[in-house]
Design a protein around this ligand. Structure first.
Ligand SMILES: *[C@@H]1O[C@H](CO)[C@@H](O)[C@H](O)[C@H]1NC(C)=O
Ligand SMILES: *[C@@H]1O[C@H](CO)[C@@H](O)[C@H](O)[C@H]1NC(C)=O
Ligand SMILES: *[C@@H]1O[C@H](CO)[C@@H](O)[C@H](O)[C@H]1NC(C)=O
Ligand SMILES: *[C@@H]1O[C@H](CO)[C@@H](O)[C@H](O)[C@H]1NC(C)=O
Ligand SMILES: *[C@@H]1O[C@H](CO)[C@@H](O)[C@H](O)[C@H]1NC(C)=O
Ligand SMILES: *[C@@H]1O[C@H](CO)[C@@H](O)[C@H](O)[C@H]1NC(C)=O
Ligand SMILES: *[C@@H]1O[C@H](CO)[C@@H](O)[C@H](O)[C@H]1NC(C)=O
Ligand SMILES: *[C@@H]1O[C@H](CO)[C@@H](O)[C@H](O)[C@H]1NC(C)=O
Ligand SMILES: *[C@@H]1O[C@H](CO)[C@@H](O)[C@H](O)[C@H]1NC(C)=O
Ligand SMILES: *[C@@H]1O[C@H](CO)[C@@H](O)[C@H](O)[C@H]1NC(C)=O
Ligand SMILES: *[C@@H]1O[C@H](CO)[C@@H](O)[C@H](O)[C@H]1NC(C)=O
Ligand SMILES: *[C@@H]1O[C@H](CO)[C@@H](O)[C@H](O)[C@H]1NC(C)=O
Length: 591
């Protein structure tokens, strides 16, 4: 087969697996996650026994699920609609920790792990709570004098490939991982070969020449000070190691992970608020949310008994060598499963930011080269495709991985829920195992949440709704078809004696209604009809015929109201009592 044909066939196969409904959930978010009857708690029990099985597996393969027995980890759910979901937890203590000579010996929901780069999410939230919207468009040169001086003396226009235009590096670009600036900066660069082997032997084995010791890019002031035992490294001194580094990209070109970007963001937040970032974290996040076991400062040794410490505090990286203050906004925060549940719940429930800011924040800023992975501010957004329906659910996540600690915070706005994973181990397989565990949890929890949302929708919306006016022959019947596409399917819609489904007014195929707006305080939940999609053809053709809802969501209308708008009256339990097909200007009562 010619390769172009194969490519096209593959692309079409891929496209047809994805259900091109509106972006977002099919049904309102589930409200019962934790009772025994919930599909979510059933999925959690299943997950727990699956994990018990892996832990009991004697295999010595550390990159298979059996390797999970060799690492210590805590997993926990949360939901804004069901606070008891936070009791769905799983903890495993490996021999390394149960036998540890420092720190605790058995993990639970209050065990403190270093959450490493999950810190970047907390730093960004701290910024959103304390900065003006316009501050995000200010360049880092307004806050770090070293970079301002460098930018003034070295116009990037003279050398685009060799010089970062620091005056164009905005706080928004840094927070969105798209500034194109250096990833890590000496002396806190875990991948610099000069630092990995200061003898130069490793570098020589690669054919790399010795560096000039007077070159501040190679040997910056903070490195010299650190070698002399001075662990202080103010952000403007640290910046000397970064200022002359070549850019990876021009700003806003391609997202690329940088730790240093969040050290700069932390410095800017401290400057703008005239407070230390420790105070900013504590006063604007930890204290308001009651995150009483979450810290940005180095723990006092008398407290080590609350911490998960593989090896000792230095090998674990609990207190990184020299405890460099400047790196904390990138990866220094310490927290627990219970506190991460409070944080995740608060973000999803708009406890600190308002709901409009939250929805705007939880969107991608850029794609990556991988279809199922986009980047926000600083969300790492995975796109999960449900195997049966092809529905796509976006997971807003942040990874942490530093020292002997790894973890994920995962928020699922479509279900008002999420989960955290925190892990500790001296084994280098830890990083692969935390992603494997996130895959395992996702494969268990996402189907559970989907089934529960569908079961609640079935309970609350399925049924027959009729006019209370004896002179009006109007009836709407809704069903959920277990083997069909998801959504409330209209099996009958008679309006004033006319069979609307036969008339083709809304659509020709089975008409499905999808959740659009939940307004529980006012007892109203809106759904919209989706257009029948038959994906076919090339890229642009599929954009037209498969992704039609986004193009034509609110049309056609009658007298200014979309024919596809169906608004339910719901009681305080979320149970529908009536539906208004709004364009028909009628209310039909559930029987
Ligand atoms: C839920 O299930 C667990 C385990 O099967 C059982 O111990 C518990 O009593 C059940 N709770 C209720 C309220 O049924
Ligand atoms: C439990 O998990 C297995 C495999 O992980 C899956 O096949 C099964 O459907 C799950 N059962 C429930 C009730 O979620
Ligand atoms: C270890 O497990 C992984 C994942 O299951 C597998 O790909 C790999 O081949 C296994 N390694 C060995 C040595 O069996
Ligand atoms: C993994 O755990 C098993 C069971 O505790 C133990 O026998 C094995 O030595 C551990 N492997 C490593 C590399 O720690
Ligand atoms: C979410 O916010 C609502 C409204 O402010 C509040 O009533 C509810 O208790 C919150 N849920 C959780 C789990 O905090
Ligand atoms: C626990 O520590 C003791 C003393 O250091 C050692 O003899 C033993 O092998 C360790 N056990 C495990 C399971 O690592
Ligand atoms: C420690 O090193 C930093 C970075 O080079 C420097 O700014 C600071 O003055 C030094 N402190 C002392 C006490 O020498
Ligand atoms: C913020 O940075 C500017 C520019 O470097 C500096 O003039 C100002 O003093 C700093 N403010 C604080 C509170 O650190
Ligand atoms: C921590 O452990 C490492 C490696 O075992 C050892 O070299 C170091 O001396 C220990 N540090 C402390 C403070 O115990
Ligand atoms: C129902 O149909 C009748 C007869 O066609 C018409 O006169 C009447 O206006 C209609 N009423 C409504 C509410 O649509
Ligand atoms: C209502 O209209 C439908 C569709 O035209 C018709 O089949 C049905 O008999 C009517 N019912 C009554 C009570 O008139
Ligand atoms: C939901 O509402 C319908 C109709 O109003 C009613 O028959 C049913 O009992 C209600 N279900 C619950 C669980 O309240």
């Amino acid at each position: 087969m010619p390769s172009t044909t194969a490519t096209i066939a593959l692309a079409f196969a891929f496209a047809t697996t994805v259900l091109c409904d509106y972006l977002g959930p099919t049904y309102p978010a589930p409200t019962d996650l934790a009772t025994n009857g919930s599909h979510v708690s059933a999925a959690w029990r299943n997950l727990s026994s699956t994990l018990d099985g892996y832990i009991a597996d004697p295999s010595a393969n550390l990159t298979s699920p059996a390797g999970l027995k060799n690492v210590t980890f805590s997993v926990g759910m949360f939901s804004i609609n069901d606070p008891s979901a936070a009791a769905l937890q799983f903890h495993h203590t490996s021999a390394e920790i149960s036998n540890s000579t420092s720190g605790l010996r058995k993990v639970d929901g209050d065990s403190i792990y270093r959450v490493a780069s999950i810190t970047k999410l907390i730093t960004t939230l701290a910024g959103m709570l304390n900065l003006k919207t316009s501050d995000w468009d200010r360049p880092i040169t307004e806050f770090v004098p070293t970079l301002a001086a460098y930018a003034a003396a070295h116009p990037a226009a003279d050398d685009r490939t060799g010089t970062v235009d620091w005056s164009k590096v905005t706080l928004a670009a840094l927070a969105s991982q798209i500034a194109g600036t250096p990833r890590d900066v000496s002396p806190y660069d875990p991948s610099d070969y000069l630092l990995l082997d200061p003898t130069g032997a490793l570098a020589a084995s690669f054919g790399l020449p010795p560096v000039d010791p007077s070159d501040p890019v190679a040997v910056p002031p903070c490195l010299i000070s650190l070698l002399e035992g001075n662990t202080s490294c103010p952000s403007d001194q640290f910046a000397i190691g970064a200022e002359a580094r070549p850019p990876l990209f021009l700003p806003w070109t391609s997202p690329a992970y940088t730790d240093y970007g969040f050290m700069l963001l932390g410095a800017a937040i401290a400057n703008i608020t005239s407070r230390s970032f420790h105070d900013v974290y504590r006063e604007s996040i930890f204290e308001p949310l009651g995150m009483r076991s979450t810290y940005s400062n180095i723990p006092d040794p008398s407290q080590y008994g609350r911490y998960v410490i593989p090896g000792n505090v230095s090998t674990a990286g609990l207190t990184p060598e020299g405890a460099p203050e400047v790196t904390i906004p990138s990866g220094g925060i310490l927290s627990t499963t219970n506190d991460l549940a409070k944080l995740g719940t608060a973000i999803l429930n708009s406890t600190l930011l308002n709901a409009d800011q939250t929805r705007q924040w939880m969107k991608p800023v850029s794609h990556t080269a991988m279809f199922e992975y986009s980047v926000g501010k600083p969300w790492e957004i995975y796109r999960y495709t449900h195997p049966r329906s092809g529905l796509v659910t976006d997971l807003y996540t942040k990874l942490g991985d530093s020292g002997y600690y790894s973890g994920y915070l995962v928020l699922i706005p479509d279900y008002d829920a999420g989960f955290s994973i925190i892990m500790a181990s001296s084994l280098p397989q830890r990083t692969a195992l935390v992603s494997l565990l996130a895959d395992i949890v996702t494969e268990a929890v996402l189907p559970g949440l989907t089934s529960q949302a569908e079961a609640e929708a079935s309970e609350n919306f399925v049924g027959t709704y009729t006019s209370q006016d004896d002179n009006l022959n109007s009836t709407l019947t809704l069903a959920i078809l277990p083997t069909g596409k998801p959504g409330l399917v209209m099996t009958q819609f008679i309006s004033n004696g006319t069979d609307v489904l036969q008339s083709g007014a809304i659509d020709t195929g089975p008409v499905r209604l999808l959740h659009s707006i939940t307004d529980r305080p006012n007892g109203r939940i809106a759904f919209r009809a989706t257009h029948t999609a038959t994906p076919s053809g090339g890229l642009f053709s599929r954009g037209l015929n498969a992704n039609y809802d986004w193009l034509a969501g609110d049309s056609p209308t009658y007298g200014g109201i979309g024919l596809g708008l169906f608004v339910f009256d719901v009681d305080s339990n979320g149970n529908a009592t009536a539906v208004s097909p709004e364009a028909w200007r009628v209310k039909l009562v559930k029987s």
